[in-house]
Design a binder for this molecule. Sequence first.
Ligand SMILES: N[C@@H](CCC(=O)N[C@@H](CS)C(=O)NCC(=O)O)C(=O)O
Length: 297
Amino acid sequence: MVLQVLLALFEKDCRFNRKLVNLHTGEQNSPDYMKINSDGLVPVLKDGEKVIVESDKIIQYIDKEVKSGPNLVPDPNTSAGRDVQRLQNLMADINVRLLTFGVIANQELSINGVKMPRIFLKIISGRSGKDMVTNLENNAVKYPDLSQAYLTKAEKTRRGIDDAFKKENVVKCLTDAERKFDQLEECLQKNQGATGKDYWLTGPQFTAADILLAVIMDRLTILGLEDRFFSKSGRPLLFEYQQRISQKKSVQMLRAEAKKIGPLLLLSGVKSVAPYVGSVAILVLAIGAGIWYLKNK
Ligand SMILES: N[C@@H](CCC(=O)N[C@@H](CS)C(=O)NCC(=O)O)C(=O)O
């Protein structure tokens, strides 16, 4: 997720250039972008000639290349490294994409109400995502070099939309995610006594696993699910953890950034992008998007 990478950059105190990719207008599906990342997904990191895709690989790269700031991805041959990896794998099983679209499509599943501007929610519920799939299929014909990439993405998008509108899928996804949160709570329990007052998922060090959890927790909050996943009475250590996270400068910077992106994209015109205004568009509005150009390490 874009926000994961952004948080890692803030943690590392790394200067970078960014280029916004407007998911709302379908810029990620343009042939120019698909040539950079044939999955048509953000984020992408470019460092000179190097192009890196997938948030966890990008974070690994940043951690290795940027010397400032904390070590986010400890050596996997150490016990700290293995802990980080285990927790990352545990959280990777949470289907954040289905949770996001699914709860927006079935808002009765939200406990505290989806905290997104009404206009965005209206856009999503007002149109099916079918236009987006059709556009991808058209592009497959128009750009033969990228035909397979477009067809693969069209199929994935179609499946994603179908899944999000099947309430039972979303309910199961939420239940599965809750089991993961039970494990995370247990993990904090183990750390609590062992470390000082500022303990994180794997101990005293804030790592890539914490970055992922911070971003997932913020997403759950936007979806109005904080009371289900990390209430003071339900999972008290995760509740406290969330409060500690909120004190971090990097997290505050991240939230400020996320707030700025929504209006910025709206300025680029909701009406003019009608063909792409499907349920997928919300991702931009909720979390922003970008190609990150890493510079001045
Ligand atoms: N596994 C990828 C997932 C990337 C991803 O799902 N990106 C979303 C935004 S967070 C996206 O680009 N959506 C646009 C689309 O599906 O067209 C990663 O972690 O980088």
